[in-house]
Design a protein around this ligand. Structure first.
Ligand code: ZN
Length: 82
């Protein structure tokens, strides 16, 4: 009786799961630090200072409509190189 070749026991493949623990940005409970108000943007065109009017991710001046803050301006983009 011929012995069947035993297949080498393959080691159990470890799941490629990286420990990606996503922490919530803010706790449900209000922190002790008071909310800080960022300085209002000033329009370089008309000099109007105030909250921007966000349209399609663009911050526009409420007075003249000039786009002051573009979408994702200054924010690091991941995987956008190409
Ligand atoms: Zn303006």
């Amino acid at each position: 009786m011929a012995r069947a070749r035993r297949r080498p026991a393959a080691p159990p493949e470890a799941p490629a799961i990286e420990p990606d623990a996503e922490k919530p940005a803010q706790a449900p409970n209000a922190p002790a630090t008071p909310p800080v108000c960022p300085p209002l943007p000033v329009c370089p065109v008309c000099g109007h200072q105030g909250q921007l009017l966000w349209i399609h991710g663009e911050g526009r001046c409420r007075r003249c409509g000039t786009v002051i803050d573009f979408c994702c301006a200054g924010a690091p983009l991941d995987g956008g190189e190409g």
